[in-house]
Design a protein around this ligand. Structure first.
Ligand code: PLP
Length: 390
């Protein structure tokens, strides 16, 4: 059976060039980057080259790049590394759990958090961030692109507000990296997290931009790796992998890939919206199009259970994600869609399609063939359609 993977926001495959770049660093170039002999020097040089590539991706100095284990660690580092008892933290209700759960934990250490709600379009209004400021606010954290809707947040404006207020600003750019140009100087942030596996690199490796002089404390202590900002023997193959992925990501921002993906996403979206009782989450703000990353669309389907549609599509060879997540065995509607004002039924009946950058016309054709079949079938047998499920 043909399989079409439309869950790129969950993770992406390695590009072959990334695999090839990493390969020697597991075998013949296995040295520890801290060793002073030739093997160590080779590993160290590879990490240095990778740092320069990441600095180009972020538009920062090499010394401002900290390699780590991914987006969760970067997000946690911003929260736990900067906030102290008595501080106030501003973030949004639509962040990834790596920020939300960190905010929850730090509440028991005397840090209060304001969760700014999005507008129904999924956009955060910078004026709401400004309104949330207090004299004791120390950190603002806002994502660049939302993982569920793809909506791009006005980080530059929020960066201006943080600068005026003298507050640190962290951006979770995990879903933005490789999809839009990063520029930490323009964004005006002090910290910025990215993750390799969302941009065709390996899992378990990421990078944090930490502006020079930002007093962020390391979460992991031990050796003096990464200028004492993140202890632990460097994951040299992973670091080489994220750098190759970053290099290819920068190229694909300029070679027409993004326009091609937008065209495919828009055709997919228009095709699905031909079905009755459907609509896009996070597309319009007073009839104006909201900026979104190229590869994502989040669509609601009336009269069905999203989870059932995810399973039905999987059986037909299509991998997508639903608008709900499993928490302690119960299926909870997405906190992002709920914060945007959807009711539980509609949030549960929403699906995220996120295209890989190598997606083909034939993939969209396949999805446009199987989605209507699956939706019609499920609606015919659905307890939601029959009105027996709330
Ligand atoms: N932030 C966002 C917006 C994400 O989408 C994800 C992953 O889904 C993360 C953080 C966590 O990244 P990682 O999987 O590298 O820990």
């Amino acid at each position: 059976m043909k399989r079409v993977y439309m869950d790129a926001n969950a993770t992406t495959p390695l590009l072959p060039e990334v695999m090839e770049a990493m390969r020697p660093y597991w075998m013949e170039r296995f040295g520890n980057a801290s060793s002073i002999h030739l093997d160590g020097q080779q590993a160290h040089a590879a990490v240095d080259r990778a740092r320069a590539t990441l600095a180009e991706l972020f538009n920062c100095h090499d010394a401002e790049v900290v390699f780590n284990s991914g987006g969760t660690e970067g997000d946690n580092t911003a929260v736990f590394g900067l906030l102290r008892p008595g501080d106030h933290f501003i973030t949004t209700a639509i962040e990834h759990s790596a920020i939300l759960a960190a905010a929850e934990r730090i509440a028991s250490h005397g840090v209060e958090t304001t969760f700014v709600a999005p507008q129904p379009s999924g956009l955060i209004d910078p004026a709401e961030i400004r309104r949330a400021l207090r004299p004791e606010t120390r950190l603002i954290s806002v994502m660049l692109a939302n993982n569920e809707t793809g909506v791009l947040q006005p980080v530059e404006e929020i960066g201006g507000i943080a600068r005026e207020a003298g507050v640190f600003f962290h951006i979770d750019a995990v879903q933005g990296a490789g999809k839009v140009k990063l520029d930490v100087r323009r964004f005006g942030c002090h910290l910025c997290s990215i993750s390799a596996h969302k941009m065709y690199g390996p899992k378990g490796v990421g990078a944090l931009f930490a502006r020079r002089g930002t007093p962020v404390e390391s979460l992991i202590v031990g050796g003096s790796h990464e200028r004492r900002r993140r202890a632990g023997t460097e994951n040299v193959p992973g670091i080489v992998g994220i750098a190759k992925a970053a290099e290819l990501a920068m190229l694909s921002l300029e070679d027409g890939t993004i326009d091609r993906v937008v065209a495919l996403r828009d055709r997919l979206e228009a095709g699905v919206l031909r079905l009755a009782g459907t609509g896009v989450n996070g597309a319009l703000d007073d009839d104006r199009l909201v900026p979104r990353v190229a590869n994502t669309t989040n669509i609601w389907f009336d009269q069905l259970e999203g989870e059932a549609l995810v399973i039905a599509l999987d059986l037909k060879g299509v991998a997508v994600s639903g608008g709900s997540a499993c928490h302690s065995g119960a299926t909870e509607p997405s906190h992002v869609l709920m914060a945007m004002g959807l009711n539980k039924t509609r949030a549960r009946a929403s699906l995220r399609f996120s295209l890989l950058k190598m997606a083909a016309e034939a993939d969209v054709d396949h999805v446009l063939k199987v989605v209507p079949e699956a939706v019609e079938h499920l609606r015919a047998i659905s307890p939601v359609a029959a009105g027996t499920l709330g």
